[in-house]
Design a protein around this ligand. Structure first.
Ligand code: AMP
Length: 189
């Protein structure tokens, strides 16, 4: 099993790259954002509660997303590996993920941090609002809040993996294929 994390600010291209990686390496794409949006679509209690935070660009409670990841891992114990996308977003989530994977003796091998300049992130999120009709991409204030929360709560997760010698930075500008090749090189090394 090869478990990797795609890490970076909202709009850095994690989802796009994860889909391509899944195709090439047969890993399981695990996006907490997608899991939460499915809960909202299915009108579950969890979805109803999560939506309040997502609409504002705030983070959903750690316990909720950790619970969802726990289920996903337990339901796919024979998987070749997981690509975590949008998780962990806090140090508490990172510690919980390590514990869950420790039980399987299959740790995270690399955390790939996709780096994109802030003005480019804002531009991409505005485009995504049109293309994917995501409510949390549509309002400038919410976009700015998501970036602020990324800097405050999520960026410390990068230090957490640096200390474990697992963080690799990837230049996130250029074509989708260029970025994909940079990531693939890292996965083969
Ligand atoms: P994403 O699709 O990854 O951009 O996530 C969309 C929204 O879902 C985020 O802005 C958060 O409100 C929520 N969310 C997704 N993943 C997490 C997570 N790991 N922890 C807390 N909230 C999350």
């Amino acid at each position: 099993m090869k478990n990797i994390i795609l890490f970076g600010a909202p709009g850095c291209g994690k989802g796009t790259q994860a889909s391509k990686l899944v195709e090439r390496y047969s890993l399981i794409h695990t996006s907490t954002g997608d899991l939460l949006r499915a809960e909202i679509k299915n009108k579950t209690e969890l979805g109803r509660k999560a939506q309040v935070f997502m609409k504002k660009g705030e983070l959903v409670a750690d316990e909720v997303v950790i619970g969802m990841i726990n289920n996903k891992i337990n339901n796919n114990k024979t998987a070749k590996g997981f690509i975590f996308d949008g998780f962990p977003r806090t140090v508490k989530q990172a510690i919980a993920l390590d514990k869950l994977l420790e039980k399987l003796e299959k740790p995270i091998v690399k955390t790939l941090m996709i780096k994109v300049k802030e003005e480019e992130l804002t531009r991409r999120l505005k485009n995504r609002a049109i293309e994917q009709n995501r409510p949390d991409d549509q309002n400038e204030e919410v976009i700015q809040n998501r970036i602020k929360i990324y800097l405050e709560k999520t960026l410390p997760v990068a230090d957490y993996y640096t200390k474990q010698n697992k963080l690799v930075e990837i230049k996130g500008e250029g074509t989708v294929d260029d970025i994909f090749e940079r990531i693939s090189k890292q996965l083969l090394s």
